[in-house]
Design a protein around this ligand. Structure first.
Ligand code: SF4
Ligand code: SF4
Length: 288
């Protein structure tokens, strides 16, 4: 079962839920936690893995062999990402726009393109004390594109077919979130009952619907805001699988690196119940 924990909005408690869900399920199977927030990963602060493997994440970018290139422009034409440009009698490559898709190489009629590795960050993995397999990506600060590293991270050999895989998605509703959601069985959307929370939740629901992924909702900081969130969820028959109250002890505990279940141990059982509901709802269940 592959579950993505997403929120749309940053700071809604996505990692809080993801880390505690992983810890709650260690007796339910092999749990794998994949931190896909490659620009600002923070799952390790709660799960404290011992990183034993570190490899460079690379993409292969084109290098034009000028002596073979006839400047026909075919490569420029097929590049969806505007990473190539025909300027006078030469082809320019913009490495930071290149997704490493290989399309230009495939389509060059002269075989004038070779591919060279371009490092974009690091992939790290290891085990937590509880036996959770943990993987994360770290995008190099000057690199603009998180999607290739997320794609590589999700192919980690740490992940086996039958694992319970928890993907901690990046904030926002951009291509990096779409990349995280690609291929998951379920999206658990963490939100807060405020107008901003509702606005961003609607964006996430739109993405999940487009990708045909069943969803369930976690309301964090329950008790703040207004009634619009509840009304919206009710109207659209969206299941609320968990509520986390707005409590000072949670805010201070989480800020000091404690997990939800460290602070409120009864949430271990609540999260197990949530997972059981996901299994029931399961693949092809409630779609938004
Ligand atoms: S497709 Fe090949 S031959 Fe044509 S411009 Fe690009 S590199 Fe040159
Ligand atoms: S590898 Fe793909 S993204 Fe990169 S330049 Fe070639 S076609 Fe464009």
């Amino acid at each position: 079962m592959k579950i993505a924990i997403a929120s749309g909005k940053g700071g809604t408690g996505k990692t809080t839920v993801a880390a505690s869900l992983a810890l709650s399920l260690i007796d339910w199977g092999n749990v794998c936690y994949v931190d896909c927030d490659v620009e600002a990963p923070n799952g390790h602060l709660f799960l404290k893995p011992d990183f034993s493997t570190q490899v460079e994440a690379i993409i292969r970018i084109p290098e034009i062999q000028e002596e073979q290139c006839t400047v026909c422009g075919k490569c420029v034409e097929v590049c969806q990402f505007h990473a190539l440009a025909k300027i006078g009698k030469s082809i320019l490559v913009f490495p930071q726009l290149c997704h490493g898709c290989g399309s230009c190489t495939w389509n060059c009629p002269q075989g004038a393109i070779s591919e060279v590795p371009n490092p974009i960050g690091m992939l790290e993995s290891g085990l937590t004390q509880e036996g959770i397999r943990f993987a994360r990506g770290l995008l190099t600060i000057s690199e603009p594109m998180p999607t290739p590293i997320i794609r590589q991270l999700k192919k980690s050999e740490l992940i086996s077919k039958d694992d319970i895989v928890i993907y901690d998605a990046p904030p926002g509703a951009s291509c990096s979130v779409v990349e995280t959601l690609r291929g998951v069985d379920y999206a658990l959307l963490v939100t807060e009952p405020t107008p901003f929370g509702l606005h961003d939740l609607k964006q996430m629901l739109g993405i999940a619907q487009e990708m045909n992924i069943p969803v369930g909702i976690v309301i964090n900081r329950d008790g703040i805001g207004d009634a619009r969130m509840e009304a919206y969820l009710q109207e659209h028959h969206l299941p609320i699988l968990l509520r986390i109250p707005y409590l000072r002890i949670l805010a201070t505990g989480i800020a000091s690196g404690k997990t939800l279940i460290d602070i409120l141990p009864e949430y271990r059982e609540h999260l197990q119940h949530l997972y059981a509901q996901i299994l029931e709802q399961g693949i092809g269940g409630v779609s938004c």
